[in-house]
Design a protein around this ligand. Structure first.
Ligand code: 1PZ
Length: 215
């Protein structure tokens, strides 16, 4: 009862997962990246069922990547760098329109990568927020600066509606299960630079190969 696994769940552990993403030579491990996302989805689900259309899409993308990782060419999917090289060298990426490879690892990961930017912007707002700040406002501002630019009107509309259902700042902190607001702020201060680093490395890699607009 009281000490179920659910209750021990803490956003600290989830964000820690992102710190495992980087190899010594700054490559990004797909497995830890995907695990980080699984944790975020678990967190989002605990906020209520209004978010299920968002988490379903994230889960679907996670599964696509896990299938590549566990598939016969899994060795090429160990890092984002090796995945990009393998898929490009073998023409496994639809570059201009979705066609033979509508669910490549590269385009799938790009969707999560864009969402990671939303996360970074949102958590930074949360970190620097005051008691009377509104989570729905922080969330939609972060969304408009990032993901929204890649979403069709109908999705933006649905996302905007879901944001209104976000719990207030204090409840949000409670669900994060990290401790006092001061501890949340400290935890975010530690986690954010790591998330940005993972984001920036991926962004540069995709930019280098001209993959930032994959259909
Ligand atoms: C805590 C509050 C959660 C707010 C999350 C903010 C993000 C809103 C995103 C709305 C996405 C809606 C559903 C599906 C969208 C897909 O069309 C796109 C593009 O994929 P394609 O159609 O090209 O295959 N999918 C995405 O952009 C990936 C979205 C993943 C969002 C994960 C959010 C995780 C939040 C963690 C919470 C801490």
């Amino acid at each position: 009862m009281a000490n179920s696994v659910e209750e021990k769940f803490s956003l600290r552990e989830v964000l820690d997962t992102f710190s495992l993403c980087l190899s010594e030579n700054k490559e990004v491990y797909v497995q830890h990246y995907v695990e980080g996302w699984r944790g975020l989805v678990r967190f989002m689900n605990s906020l209520g069922s209004v978010f299920s259309f968002i988490s379903k899409d994230a889960v679907n993308k996670i599964e696509i990547l896990v299938n590549f990782l566990n598939g016969e060419n899994g060795a090429h999917y160990v890092t984002i760098q090796s995945m990009v090289k393998y898929e490009l060298d073998n023409e496994l990426v639809d570059l201009t329109r979705r066609d033979k490879h509508p669910e490549s690892g590269c385009r799938t990961l790009l969707r999560l990568h864009r969402a990671l930017r939303w996360l970074e912007l949102f958590l930074e707002r949360l970190r620097t927020s005051s008691e009377d700040s509104k989570t729905s406002v922080m969330c939609s501002e972060a969304y408009n600066e990032s993901l929204a630019q890649h979403h069709a009107w109908i999705i933006r509309k649905a996302a905007g509606t879901a944001f209104w259902a976000l719990p207030g700042r204090q409840t949000f902190f409670d669900v994060m299960n990290v401790g006092t607001p001061e501890q949340v702020v400290a935890m975010l201060g530690n986690a954010l630079p790591l998330i940005s680093e993972v984001y920036n490395i991926t962004e540069n890699l995709y930019a280098q190969h001209d993959l930032l607009q994959l259909p």
